[in-house]
Ligand binder design. Structure first.
Ligand code: DQQ
Length: 540
């Protein structure tokens, strides 16, 4: 049944029970990764939010500690909402977060907290200085749309800066409101936001520098250099997706300018084209990388969430860096995930003819990691691309789902499939050709057949993949974990996380297939699937 414990994820981050949402204040401190998150200790729906706290040595095995930040002072007594960590020059930590200071109205103000004992690597106790709050919704700020301070950065001119997400009063203009400070105590709002656009409220902004195109190392948020590009990410309340642009930051004019201005209007680049929201990055000095964490909500009913007693997981932490093209980011599960890989099976050099599929046997795939390299034999039969869908991959995939026969594709994986194929989640590519004969790749995650249970929310998710498929080659990695399928197309150019709740394809009754529903032959050059072990997960 839908309440089967077999649908509870095995290696994705979650507490033993109850509701979880945004990752908060991730950081690396004295040998430990710290993850705080929005948590309801009393139930499986949003409410009573506190900052729960877990620590890890490897971002995969997690140990739960006592909650770190709870309502306790006048300026946060009705809520402690999302925020971010900053490592100060003396090595200690400052935590900026949003507080709710009066009942009912969601009037939002920004607060700061510090570890009580900086010598404690586990940062178990937090204190809130008497000078809180550090920023209030003065004139020009919409008081109920003013939240989620970023990690602050120090850009070489003696000033700290940070952003707070907002909405221009009386408009649909989302804003990254900019503040500066000399002492990290007194914060002054800049005259204009760092950036804004007509998109609705910007929740959970994130702003950080990235190394030159193709360089996989990360940069500390305060590392400043005119040669570095910056990434600005916002979570759009209206669409529930995380969008980002790559651009230039000028410390003197205090403006961020996206490289591709249309990126602003259409907001086409998403960290993930599926169920992934309120994400946040941090710089990991231990492995010199930038790591992305994000929240994936349930797509089941509230009644089911309540009956299960839990709701929400986090995506597998992803390393992110600038693609060699400089136009987008690449994302890949952190390498520490590989330690969970157990029994493996491989398939090589296998032809999949039009309309055919084959099963990958010899492993339990309900909790697995699958990497596959495909090769299409020809692009001649690619379907013509209708430019009306240039900014609507999701709609295109909704029409041309996994069961709609194509030219080149749809081809890919059926995961969490029942043996009679009545249930299956399809993760696939479909290749089109534009008016100039240029191939265009669409990646989809199609859960419409994922479950026979009625009443589930089963949206088809999709994004374009900006990859050169002229050689015919494209790769896919899917992290399958009982009720989540987290997929990375073309080496992490396009990512899609879906929540699915099979009624039959659970536990050992879940199967894995490769399918081809186009008219062109597909070759699986190589497929490897690993059973995934269960890590330590907060004591559950
Ligand atoms: N969740 C928090 C807010 C944030 C929203 C409240 C995003 O601070 O804007 O739980 O999911």
């Amino acid at each position: 049944s839908i309440l089967s414990p077999l649908l509870r994820t095995g290696y994705h981050f979650q507490p033993p029970m109850n509701w979880i949402n945004d990752p908060n204040g991730p950081l690396y401190y004295k040998g430990w990764y710290h993850l705080f998150y929005q948590y309801n200790p009393k139930g499986a729906v949003w409410g009573n939010i506190i900052w729960a706290h877990s620590v890890s040595r490897d971002l995969i095995n997690w140990m739960a500690l006592d909650p770190a930040i709870k309502p306790s002072i006048p300026t946060d007594q009705y809520g402690v909402w999302s925020g971010s960590a900053t490592i100060l020059p003396n090595g200690t930590v400052a935590m900026l977060y949003t507080g709710i200071d009066r009942p009912g109205t969601n009037y939002q103000i920004q607060n700061i907290a510090f570890p009580k004992d900086p010598s404690d690597p586990l940062l178990r106790e937090w204190v809130k200085p008497g000078y809180n709050p550090i920023a209030v919704p003065e004139a020009g700020i919409n008081a109920t749309q003013f939240r989620d301070p970023t990690t602050a950065w120090h850009a070489g001119d003696g000033l700290w800066r940070m952003l707070v997400g907002g909405l221009k009063p009386g408009t649909l203009r989302g804003m990254a409101i900019l503040y500066r400070s000399r002492d990290f105590k007194h914060w002054v709002r800049a005259k204009h936001p760092l950036h804004s656009a007509l998109t609705g409220m910007w929740e959970c902004p994130d702003f950080f520098p990235v190394r030159e195109p193709g360089k996989t190392d990360g940069l500390d948020t305060s590392e400043f250099g005119p040669r570095y590009k910056y990434v600005l990410k916002n979570s759009l309340d209206l669409t529930r997706y995380d969008y980002y642009t790559v651009g230039t930051y000028n410390n003197r004019t205090e403006r961020y300018v996206p490289d591709n201005p249309t990126g602003d209007v259409y907001q086409r680049l998403q960290y993930d084209y599926g169920n992934f929201y309120a994400s946040k990055t941090f710089y990991d000095p231990a492995k010199n990388r930038r790591v992305l964490l994000g929240w994936a909500n349930e797509s089941d009913s509230v009644a089911h969430d309540n009956a299960k007693g839990w709701a929400g997981i986090h995506a597998i932490p992803r390393k992110i860096w600038l693609d060699p093209s400089g136009k987008q980011l690449l994302q890949w599960p952190v390498e520490e995930l590989d330690q969970l890989r157990g029994k493996a099976v491989s398939v090589g050099d296998k032809l999949v003819k039009p309309g055919q599929h084959f099963e990958v046997t010899g492993l339990q795939s309900y909790q697995s990691d699958v990497e596959v390299s495909f090769e299409v034999s020809s692009l001649d039969k690619a379907e013509p691309f209708d430019p009306a869908y240039a900014n609507d991959a999701q709609k295109l995939c909704g029409m041309k789902n996994a069961d709609v026969k194509g030219g080149v594709g749809p081809f890919g994986l059926w995961v969490l499939a029942s043996d009679n194929l009545a249930e299956k989640t399809a993760v696939f590519f479909r290749v089109f050709k534009d008016g100039h004969g240029k191939p265009l790749v669409l990646m989809c995650s199609d859960p419409t057949k994922s479950s026979l249970t009625p009443g589930l929310y089963k949206p088809t998710f999709a994004g374009f993949v900006d990859t050169d498929i002229s050689s015919g080659k494209i790769s896919l990695r899917s992290l399958i974990d009982r009720s989540v399928v987290e997929s990375f197309g073309a080496g992490g150019k396009t990512c899609i996380l879906s929540r699915v709740y099979p009624s039959m394809a659970i536990g050992k009754d879940a199967h894995l297939y490769v399918f081809n529903n186009g008219v062109t032959d597909i070759k699986v050059s190589k497929l490897t699937a690993w059973e995934m072990k269960k890590p330590m997960m907060n004591g559950a």
